[in-house]
Design a protein around this ligand. Sequence first.
Ligand code: BGP
Length: 477
Amino acid sequence: MALRKDFLWGGAVAAHQLEGGWQEGGKGISVADVMTAGANGVPRRITNGVIEGENYPNHEAVDFYHHYKGDIELFAEMGFKAFRTSIAWTRIFPEGDEEEPNEEGLKFYDDMFDELIRHGIEPVITLCHFEMPMGIVNKYGGFANKKVIDLFVKYARVCFERYKDKVKYWMTFNEINNQTDWKSDHHLIQDSGIIVSDEQRPIQEQLMYQAAVNELIASAQATLVGHEINPDFMIGCMIAMCPVYPATDKPEDIMMHVGAMHKRYWFAEVHARGFLPEHIVAYWQRKGIKIDISEEEKEILKKGTIDYLAFSYYMSFATAVQGENPGFDYDESRDLVRNENVPASEWGWQIDPMGLRYSLNWFWDHFHKPMMIVENGFGAVDTVEEDGSIHDDYRIDYLRNHIQAMKDAVDYEGVDLLGYTMWAPIDIVSASTGEMKKRYGFIYVDKNNDGSGTLERSRKKSFDWYKHVIETNGEEL
Ligand code: BGP
C-alpha cells in the first residue's frame, strides 16, 4: 500500500502559541495568557489572573493575528494540503459564559479560514488547545465542575454552526491525556482549568479523573451536536501518544508497560469505544476515587464516539516496576526510566521513529479508526548564519526518519492514515517552556525570548525539503 492520493500533508500550531493579539478583537484572558515562561527546567506556573510583570512571550507570540495572510502564502508555497490550528475559546466567549458570542472573534477565524481555502488548504481545527477562559477557571473551577460541560458544548455549537461550510475536520480537546501526570499543576491547569487549592491537595487525583470524565462527556456531546449540524463533519479526539515500552523483558516490567498504557490511553478507549474501560473503573475502586457520572451521560459517551483518531507523537517512554505494585499502578512522575537504546533531544525527549510506527499499529489494532498524525516535530535552538541562512539538517533528519516510519506502517501494516501535519511549520512559542528559543519551524521568525525581534519571516533549509516531500507525496524524502 502507499499513502492515499489525497493525503493531508501540512503543519500544525495552536492559537495561543502563534496568534498574539492577546487583548485584541474583544478577546478574553485564557489560562495560557497568565502562565509564566518556565525556562531552564522550571515548570511553568499559573499566576491566577494577576499579571505579575513576568515574561509572557505568547502575548505577542509571532503575531499571526496580523501576519496570517503572508504566513498562509508561505504554507501554500510549500504545497500544504492542510493546516491545523485551534480556535481561541476566549476570542469567541471572552469569559466563557456569556449569552452571545463575540462577533469580532468569529470574524477573525472566518477570514483566516477563507484565506486557507482560497489557497486550497484544508483547515483542521482544534476547539480547545490548552486555553480555557480564565473566567471559567475562576468562576467554576474548570472541568471538575459539570456546568463547564454545557459551556464547552455551547462554544462548540457556535463554532460548528458558523464554520460548517468551511471546516470538515475537527478535534475537541488537544492532548486530553496529558493529565495522566496529575501531580503536575501545569498539566492540570492547562488541560482542565483546575488550580488546586491547599485543601484540595489530598483529592488532586480524584479532581483530575472527574475533570477528565467531564471532558470526555463534553467531547462526546459536542460530537453529537456537530453531526446534527453537518453529518459530513469528521470529528476526532487528540491524544498525546508516547508509547510506554517495558524497560526490560522481566514479566513485571511487561505488566508495568500494560499498566502504563492503560493509564495513559484509557481516554482514547472512551473516545473511540464509548464506555469507561474496566481497568480504570477497577483502579478507581481500589483507590477510593468516586466519579460522578449519570446513566444519561454514559449514553452520551456511547453515542458520541469519534470519527477519526488524531494524535501527536514526539517521543517514546520506557517504564520499569519499582518495588511491590500488584496493580501495576503507573505513576507518571515515578515510573519512567531512560531508554538507552534511543538518543534524546536537548530537552530530554527520546527520539524514536520506530515508536511512531508502533503507535500507528497500537491505535489501529485497538480501535480500527482512521487516524491523523497531527503533531510530530523537532524542537531545537537554530543558528542564523551571517548571510541569514539556517541549516537545520537535524530537523530534516528527524522528520525524514519519522515520515519513513509512518510510511512503513501504511505500506507494511496497512493502517488507515488520513494525513500528517507536522509541528510546527513556523516558529512559535513552546508549550512546555513558554519560550521562543525551542523552535520547530520551516519558517524562522525573528523573535526572541525577551520579546525583542522584528517578527520578520525567513525560510530555513528544511523549507524546500518539505516542499519536495509534499510534491512527491512522500515518495522522495
Ligand atoms: C504538544 C502540544 C503543543 C506543542 C508541542 C511541542 O504537547 O500539543 O502545543 O507545543 O507539544 O511541545 P513544546 O512546545 O513544549 O516543545
